[in-house]
Design a protein around this ligand. Structure first.
Ligand SMILES: [Zn+2]
Length: 386
């Protein structure tokens, strides 16, 4: 049954879809046209589809095939791409092949992964392969920005699936091992309120910039927890603003700064806010300090390596690729921070090898599309027939 579905995989279909999707610009914020393209294709393949308007004209798309009682497996992709960066040799919205490389914005991150997913659905439907439960596809917005699409998905029935495969470019080799966990992150937005005074009589005021400096000089005292797999999170000050716009001898009454912090499992966003408040309290500053956070914010997560989806993946990858997959505890952020970190859904990242993603001349290595389609098909049918 699985072998019949594998026989029905059509690599020219994957290739055609990847090219067509590259031609539909979907820079973050402008996902609607690509979303509609995917919805129509899912309908054509026989899936029952839903358009979920997350923000004005920014829909998530879901499609499903149901076959009675069983587990629910979702294949997830994000429709948005990063903006065009400088340095492209060709038009980013025209697919151009050079050897094994198919260039185009979003080719690898992650239109090819979505095309492999659709190839898998097509082959399963065509072959009449049976399974138990539900096979679904989600195409979500905003992954490259605030992850609003994945957050909105959690509010739907697809927030309760048993496992999720993210078609992100994670080939499970040394270039990008499969994450067994991912750090979380938050952005502290710290407002320091002092008291203005003439700059010649600083004792009459409270200098907000100097108090901000005291906090910054003490950030090493933040209590970062050590995790056996991830080691420690970290922090990095990204921005500071305060003082006059036009020269004047004034004790600044206000200063604001932003600090990025990575958190490991065992640390939470709320806990990180408390850490910062405790640190600031211990400094006994005269300024009043508000600790806020700004989006984007992601919880960390760690998976049990014994999760059925991971064990199945390990077997299938080893069989198809002829080598064992590699794993990592990762310091990048994906929609799994939302789906797993908040939704508790076991997440597998698997997709074509990475070709200069988020850079000029992004490409997907075409030779990766057939094995990825095959692994998706094997994972889907094996997981839903367990
Ligand atoms: Zn991506």
């Amino acid at each position: 049954m699985i072998s019949e579905a594998i026989r029905r995989l059509d690599d020219s279909y994957t290739r055609r879809l990847t090219e067509e999707m590259i031609k539909i610009p979907s820079v973050v914020g402008e996902e609607a046209e690509l979303a509609e393209y995917i919805r129509q294709e899912l309908e054509r393949l026989g899936m029952q589809t839903t358009e979920h308007m997350v923000k004005p004209n920014r829909p998530n798309i879901y499609g499903k095939l149901e076959m009675g009682e069983g587990k629910r497996l979702n294949f997830n992709g994000h429709t948005d791409t990063v903006p065009v960066v400088a340095g492209w040799d060709t038009d980013p919205f025209t697919p151009v092949q050079k050897g094994d490389k198919l260039h185009g914005l979003g080719s690898c991150d992650m239109k090819a992964g979505i095309a492999c997913t659709l190839n898998m659905v097509r082959a399963i439907v065509d072959s009449g392969a049976e399974f138990k439960g539900e096979l679904s596809v989600s195409a979500v917005i905003d992954e490259e920005a605030m992850g609003e699409g994945a957050k909105a998905m959690l509010e739907t029935e697809y927030g309760n699936v048993d496992a999720c495969v993210l078609a992100e470019p994670y080939p499970a080799d040394e270039s990008k091992p499969v994450p067994l966990g991912i750090v979380g992150k938050l952005l502290y937005d710290i407002h320091v309120h002092g008291v203005a005074a003439h700059g010649f009589r600083p004792e009459d005021g409270v200098n907000a910039v100097e108090d901000a400096g005291r906090i910054l000089a003490n950030l090493h005292r933040l209590e970062l927890k050590t995790h056996p797999k991830f080691d420690k999170g970290n922090y990095s000050t990204l921005k500071i603003e305060g003082g006059y716009d036009v020269y004047s001898v004034l004790v600044p009454a206000y200063c604001r700064f932003e600090v990025n912090r990575l958190i490991v499992p065992g640390e939470t966003v709320d806990g990180a806010i408390e850490d910062m408040e405790k640190l600031i309290e211990s400094l006994n500053l005269e300024s009043r300090v508000d600790v806020k956070i700004k989006p984007p914010m992601y919880e960390s997560y760690e998976m049990n390596p014994e999760e059925p989806i991971l064990k199945l993946f390990h077997e299938i990858y080893t069989e198809v690729m002829g080598v064992e997959p590699l794993y990592q505890y990762s310091k990048s952020i994906t929609d799994a921070n939302t789906l797993a970190g908040i939704g508790g859904i076991p997440c597998l990242h698997l997709g074509p090898k990475r070709g200069d993603t988020h850079k000029a001349n992004e490409y997907v290595p075409l030779s990766w599309l057939p094995p990825v389609s095959e692994m998706y098909t094997r994972v889907a049918l094996s997981y839903l027939n367990q």
